[in-house]
Design a protein around this ligand. Structure first.
Ligand SMILES: C[S@@+](CC[C@H](N)C(=O)[O-])C[C@H]1O[C@@H](n2cnc3c(N)ncnc32)[C@H](O)[C@@H]1O
Length: 609
């Protein structure tokens, strides 16, 4: 380089000429930045304090490269510290990927978080983890936070009184201010839902908006056809008006309006309708006939139809995004629309919509339900499918537990019982012909309500407690969409967790824990579990076993297990047993008083099981 060059740009050009391998690093620098760089190099490499840029810089290429990188890192840090996040990110971004050190990936990720581009933040933190090549818990937390922010950004903006945090139990929802009992905290609508097989045939409902479609013919069952026609007409006159819109091509799905029909068609039914895919016939028949393949699971809120719909929605999402460059498929995927575009392929993007639902369970379990795996495979391998979807055993298991761990029961507040009550009130108020008396021989009491199971993006982040702070209520979220609302049950302070109950609160601790382990794969350690016992044969406080006694009924044998005299139970809750008044006093002071009540009177808020 010539020592005569007085001008910054020319000096820079000289450096660039000398260091062709680092040439690309100058792209995007202004001339002011370039002169700063030169000064930085002079100070750090040549240890020269002169501001003059006249002299040639002579140093090994690697040393200069390092100095240049160091300069850029410093600039990014300064801009970040000055809270110029856009500029700081630009500085990070300008450093070629293969040279970005860990701190630049971190700063870049933080800037994106501040700029609310969470998908990019997620990518930068995940690169940081990759670069650092060790299990860095700080980075894992940052990545998880970016992921949560990305998925729940809209919700958290809409509901500023809550926050989502992660601990060893996964995500949980926490209050950010005092929330009083009775206060509604948030509403949520399901991403995918299906009617339970238990109620499908006895309490018909709109497959889209879940409104009851109970007609007199369904309510009165076989007696309807035996009724005089005049009586039928009279009943119809007072029955609240029901519009039945069946699928145009199959008898299996019913809707309350053309809008609901079209929405179902666009989002899943066009590839699940037996008219298009005959393999689905078995699934519809399975649901309609209330078959039980997994007792307590697929015969309750977990209809296998949720699984089929979820896959169908993914497939149609892919098809729509490829064809139209959009993700619109007729369903109100408010949640899905929160996604910023990523470089993932359309299938990966479509799958991501459901990726926040935790899937936890024993993967070998699904081998006990081979028929359902085969059925789903037959459906999704049918030639009518617009794309190939490989539902292998691993994915089937993952989806199975996603639904098992997260499905929440709900229904439109227009229940079958509501229609029935309105009918009776119409008859009582308007009829003058004695119909009410005639009806007494036909009425069968209140009809069963329709029940749906659904996956709710925000609500599914609520963890369980056997002394839950919140409860789930059915709710008409908009005039067209049914969903749930979460209501505060116990006063919440800032930082308290919002919890619901997944199992019946009236059950004893052993039964509750067993059910939670089986259905949700966790061992409950909540406050209530901590201050209750399993049975009367060991002291809930000091764990002392009760004294053994002779077999009270010698005709019955108990193997080698000794018979024991039960310890007395807590007279209020009857869920704790003590060997002495001392232990009882100590337990009360330690925390039993916080959870001691008659739990048989508690309303179970969640019917998640
Ligand atoms: C509906 S999800 C709740 C949100 C979940 N933590 C997440 O990260 O998405 C249910 C799952 O959360 C976990 N979970 C919920 N309540 C829990 C608790 N009290 N203790 C431990 N794990 C719990 C279990 O893994 C369960 O299968």
């Amino acid at each position: 380089m010539s020592g005569d060059d007085a001008n910054d740009d020319r000096t820079l050009v000289a450096i660039v000429n000398d260091l062709p391998s680092t040439m690309n690093q100058f792209v995007g620098f202004t001339s002011k930045e370039e002169s700063d760089l030169i000064l930085h190099i002079r100070r750090t490499v040549l240890h020269s304090d002169e501001d003059s840029t006249n002299d040639a810089i002579t140093a090994p290429t690697s040393t200069l490269s390092f100095a240049i990188l160091d300069f850029k890192v410093e600039r990014a840090k300064q801009k970040y510290a000055a809270e110029s996040f856009e500029e700081a990110f630009y500085e990070c971004w300008k450093i070629p990927q293969e040279q970005r050190p860990l701190e630049i990936w971190k700063i870049g990720g933080e800037c994106c978080k501040k700029l609310r581009v969470f998908a990019v933040a997620q990518r930068w933190f995940s690169e940081a983890i990759h670069v650092c090549r060790s299990n860095n818990s700080d980075l894992n937390v940052k990545l998880e936070q970016a992921r949560i922010a990305r998925f729940f950004n809209n919700y958290l903006t809409q509901y500023p009184m809550i926050d989502i945090r992660v601990d060893q139990r996964g995500k949980g929802i926490y209050s950010k201010r005092v929330i009083s009992p009775g206060e509604d905290i948030f509403t949520d609508i399901p991403l995918v839902h299906a009617q339970t097989v238990d109620t499908l045939s006895i309490s018909p409902a709109c497959a889209t908006c879940t409104t009851s479609l109970l007609t007199p013919a369904v309510y009165f069952e076989t007696t309807w056809s035996r009724m005089p026609e005049k009586l039928q007409r009279q009943i119809e006159e007072y029955w609240p008006p029901i519009t039945l819109v069946p699928c145009s091509f199959c008898p299996f799905e019913l809707y309350c309006s053309e809008t609901c029909r079209q929405q179902a068609w666009d989002s899943y039914h066009k590839i699940l309708c037996p008219s298009a895919n005959p393999e689905t016939m078995e699934l519809f028949q399975f649901c309609a006939s209330r078959q039980i393949i997994v007792r307590g699971t697929w015969n309750s809120i977990f209809s296998p139809m949720i699984l089929a719909k979820l896959i169908a929605m993914i497939i149609l999402h892919v098809v729509n995004s490829v064809h139209n460059g959009t993700s619109s498929n007729g369903v109100d995927l408010t949640y899905a629309h929160q996604f910023q575009r990523t470089d993932d392929g359309p299938l990966e993007q479509a799958k991501e919509i459901f990726s926040e639902f935790i899937s936890s369970g024993d993967p070998t379990y699904v081998r006990t339900i081979p028929r359902m795996l085969k059925l789903m495979n037959n459906i999704f391998n049918h030639p009518s499918m617009p794309i190939q979807y490989d539902l292998n055993e691993l994915e089937f298991s993952y989806r199975f537990y996603q639904i098992a761990c997260n499905a929440q029961s709900f229904s439109s507040p227009t229940y079958a019982a509501t229609l029935y009550t309105r009918f009776l009130s119409n008859v009582r108020q308007r009829d003058r012909t004695g119909l009410y008396v005639t009806l007494q021989t036909y009425l069968k009491g209140e009809p069963a309500d329709q029940v749906f199971g659904g996956l709710f993006p925000l609500q599914s982040s609520l963890n369980h407690s056997c002394d839950n702070s919140c409860e789930i209520m059915d709710c008409q979220v908009t005039p067209e969409v049914a969903g749930i609302k979460v209501r505060c049950k116990h006063q919440l302070k800032p930082g308290d967790e919002l919890t619901i109950n997944y199992v019946d609160l009236a059950l004893g601790r052993r039964a509750r824990r067993a059910m939670l382990k089986r259905a949700y794969n966790f061992w409950c350690e909540c406050q209530r579990c901590a201050f209750e016992g399993d049975d009367a044969y060991s002291c809930t406080e000091c764990k002392l076993l009760s004294p053994s006694i002779d077999n009270p009924n010698p005709n019955l044998t108990n193997g080698n297990i000794p018979y024991r005299k039960p310890f007395p139970a807590c007279s209020r809750c009857r869920n704790a047993w003590y060997c002495s008044p001392n232990c009882q006093k100590q337990a009360w002071k330690r925390g039993h008083k916080l959870i001691c009540k008659d739990w048989t009177k508690e309303r179970s808020s969640s019917s998640a099981n």
